[in-house]
Design a protein around this ligand. Structure first.
Ligand code: ADP
Ligand code: MG
Length: 700
């Protein structure tokens, strides 16, 4: 066995390990519940818990935890040792019962609940997600058995990201099965969404990071003039990976493989010090869990290499920010990817219906999809000067766009454009079969062969929400289509008509051009598509009547849950901006302004000395004037930012508060940054109090 095969899954209580360690009937029961739902009996749970504990202890674990995903967007854990009361001889006994495996009551009352726990009941419970395997987490804390769990309130409201995701997967399963049945697939018993998230990140030297309060508190630079060199040469993208970064990637891969995460692709990204990791896709809820572990492991391993991993969507102004491409497909358990068009998509009626339903779903719920990719950092990407745009549209590529056009215009798609040969023009190189469709890098929602790639998601965000929304909106479209088709007298005609109808009604959502262009913004407006610029403007999408109806119908969210989530968005936004504003005040007041004052003193002294020596001091005097002007501007902006931040904190209504931060505090922040960045360019480098962009981006 190679090192990798030996390492892979070492820290996971896989099905294989369960099969080895559990009595046959118990193992069967676990599989049945994982596949079909239902509950484990307490006897079964006890046997599983015992086996899990034995395995964990054999591998050095001392504690277990119910690992969950509260609405902070990251994960939470509270460790309990396996120790229990010693026996009469004073010998330590370790314990872990079925009850402790299945259910936990972590209290955890300080997590955001958007008022849910105050108005209802304070108790919060965690429940084992049997479909995501338990694993061992190794850190200086020792070895901890982590049990992936959902987190709900006493009255059953979801307080986390996993519960609605699992509910949405069930909804999609039920509706997608109806669709495949209509096309004669009787073998499939389950349909699962699969997800492969490509994760972008930055690395920065730890020592430099520790000198930047903004990186420490906000995860991004709040000041900083551009370095003389940025990403314009495209020499970092896919470039040779530097030794220090390579050593980090090697350790990272090994840690991820141990956790059973299929870390596959690694490369340098476009911006200096930016990188990417892509795993092989997996079932949606496992992919979500794994992505959390990827982000966490990146941070931990970076520290071991005296670096910090920045997952913020926009750590540096002026170069690319980071996103997370959420590749999503729908698969039956008898091996059919419902998004696979085959060679002749024009003849593949099931695929065309699925495609038509997805176009309808995305068009009907573009606001929800946009909302699902919103987080504080992502406001710097979506709708700012960076891709993808905040306007949700679908890229289909030449081949499918042509098929849709034929269907809409004539009702039949007689042909499908084929790729043909790509001639390399070199006799010793092979000619290639070309893909029928080229790629598009500017679309937020692009069809890429046999999956959709949702490119709007932010790099630091959980991918639970985007996938919950995708599953939900597509389940709704499948439901509607299945209801019509199941009642049809002539299925062939009905399906044909329905595809044509959906494609005609929703073709406005298709856009194959340059999503970054100004023309598209105008064109999208003409088509009546949403262009929602910020996280807090996207939030109300959650609670429109249309959304509430969708989520309640499929039992994914109740209205109360949605309202609580909307409220948390405003809270989170206001808190994050408050931290940023206070950090700027701190840095400007204690570091930047004092440094500039000192520098102005040096210049003033020099002006006087030069004058005293009888020479003209025009250069020094001019420099002094410029510095003093900018210093005044900075001081004024600094006072203003302090003033509006104080006002913001006093606002009671969370929504009003969030909007005040967006409209007023953010503007004041920009106004303070501007003179400070200009000063950075002219103040003596040895006197500048914080590492510069050149230091941060080119020293790893
Ligand atoms: P691309 O080059 O089109 O972005 P890759 O093959 O590099 O595609 O894959 C990108 C990500 O998409 C990977 O995480 C991969 O595992 C995932 N992926 C590939 N096929 C599928 C699929 N059918 N469903 C979901 N994710 C997929
Ligand atoms: Mg990709």
């Amino acid at each position: 066995m190679s090192e990798v095969t030996e390492l892979f899954g070492k820290n996971v209580f896989t099905l294989g390990k369960m099969k080895e360690r559990l009595p046959k009937n118990v193992y069967k029961e676990v599989i049945r519940v994982a596949d079909k739902g239902g509950e484990l009996s307490m006897e079964t749970a006890n046997v599983v818990a015992k086996a899990m504990k034995d395995w964990a202890e054999e591998n050095g674990a001392t504690h277990y935890t119910h690992w969950f995903q509260p609405l902070t967007g990251i994960t939470a854990e509270k460790h309990d040792a396996f120790v229990s009361i010693p026996d009469e001889d004073g010998k330590m006994i370790t314990e872990f019962s079925g009850k402790e495996l299945i259910k936990g009551e972590p209290d955890a009352s300080s997590f955001p609940s958007g008022g849910l726990r105050a108005t209802f009941e304070a108790r919060g419970y965690t429940a084992w997600d049997i479909t995501s395997p338990a694993f061992l987490k190794e850190s200086s804390c020792g070895i901890i058995l982590c049990i992936p769990t959902a987190f709900c309130s006493y009255t059953g409201e979801a307080l986390d990201k996993k519960t609605p995701l699992l509910r949405s997967m069930e909804a999609l399963n039920e509706q997608a099965l109806r669709i495949v049945r209509l096309f004669g697939n009787k073998e499939a018993t389950k349909v699962t969404p699969c997800v492969g998230p490509e994760q972008e990140y930055f690395l920065v030297d730890s020592d430099l990071y520790m000198k930047r309060l903004d990186l420490m508190f906000a995860g991004r630079t709040l000041f900083g003039a551009p370095a003389p060199k940025g990403q314009e040469m495209d020499d970092h993208y896919f470039g040779v990976i530097r030794e220090r970064v390579g050593a980090f990637m090697k350790d990272l891969n090994e840690e991820l493989w141990k956790l059973g995460i299929l870390a596959k692709t690694q490369h340098n990204e476009v911006a200096p010090a930016q990188h990417e990791l892509a795993p092989i896709f997996d079932t949606a809820n496992i992919a979500v869990d794994h992505n959390q572990l990827v982000m966490e492991t990146m941070k931990r391993v970076a520290v071991n290499h005296n670096m910090r991993c920045l997952l913020h969507e926009k750590p540096y102004a002026g170069v690319n920010g980071s996103g997370k491409h959420n590749n999503w497909s729908i698969n039956t358990d008898n091996g059919v990817n419902m998004l696979d068009p085959g060679d002749t998509p024009n003849e593949n009626m099931q695929f065309l219906l699925v495609l038509a339903c997805i176009l309808k779903a995305v068009d009907d719920h573009a606001d929800l999809l946009r909302q699902s990719a919103a987080d504080v950092g992502n406001d710097h990407r979506l709708g700012a000067n960076e891709a993808p745009p905040a306007i949700i549209s679908v890229f289909l590529g030449e081949q499918l766009e042509d098929v849709v056009r034929q269907l809409v215009e004539t009702g039949v798609a007689a042909t499908a454009i084929q790729g043909g040969k790509l001639e390399t023009g070199v006799s010793t190189l092979p000619d290639f079969e070309k893909d029928a469709t080229d790629r598009n890098r500017t679309s937020p929602f692009a069809f890429t062969g046999n999956k959709f790639e949702f490119r709007s998601v932010g790099s630091s965000d959980s991918i639970a929400s985007p996938n919950t929304i995708l599953n939900a909106i597509v389940a709704e479209a499948f439901d509607e289509a299945a209801t019509i088709l199941e009642a049809a007298d002539d299925f062939e005609i009905a399906v044909h008509d329905l595809i044509k109808k959906y494609m005609t009604e929703h073709q406005r959502i298709i856009f194959n051009g340059d999503g970054y262009s100004d023309e598209w913004v105008k064109e999208a407006e003409r088509r009546g598509l949403h262009n929602i610029k910020t996280m807090i403007e996207a939030a109300p999408a959650l609670t429109t009547d249309r959304s509430v109806e969708l989520f309640e119908r499929f039992k994914i969210f109740t209205r109360t849950e949605l309202e609580s989530r909307e409220e948390i968005i405003y809270e989170t936004y206001a808190k994050s901006l408050n931290i940023e504003a206070l950090t700027m005040v701190d840095m400007a007041g204690k570091q930047i302004i004092p440094a500039v004052v000192k520098y102005a003193g040096v210049l003033a002294k020099s002006v006087n000395e030069v004058k005293a020596a009888g020479a003209k001091s025009s250069v020094e005097a001019k420099m002094l004037d410029t510095v003093v002007d900018l210093l005044n501007e900075a001081e004024e902006a600094y006072q203003k930012l302090k003033e509006v931040s104080a006002k913001a904190t006093a606002i009671k209504d969370v929504k009003e508060k969030a909007f005040y931060y967006k409209d007023t505090v953010k503007t004041a922040m920009d106004e303070l940054r501007k003179p400070c960045d200009e000063l950075e360019m002219i103040v003596d480098k040895s006197m500048w109090p914080i590492p510069t962009y050149a230091d941060l981006m080119f020293e790893v």
